[in-house]
Design a protein. Structure first.
Length: 79
């Protein structure tokens, strides 16, 4: 199953995003803020797609996308 990484600070939006990607047949991996996403990406985890919040404590969504693209240039990303 393809994995999708979701980074969202708001609990309700995280739940909505998780349910949406599950309905599309993807396996969601969810984080609520920038520092948590750094650990997962740095650990070498690869994702089919990334959906991220733009404004977060500790890191913005653009920084998330840059780090993902550096780690895995084939990953699809959206903010």
């Amino acid at each position: 199953m393809k994995r999708c990484f979701i980074v969202e600070t708001k609990s309700r939006l995280r739940i909505c995003c998780r349910e949406t990607v599950e309905a599309e047949g993807l396996e969601p991996d969810v984080a609520r803020d920038g520092p948590r996403r750094c650990l997962r990406i740095a650990s070498g985890q690869r994702y089919f797609a990334v959906l991220t919040d733009l404004r977060m404590p500790g890191a913005d969504g653009i920084a998330v996308l840059r780090q993902v693209k550096e780690s895995d240039p084939d990953c699809r990303s959206s903010s």
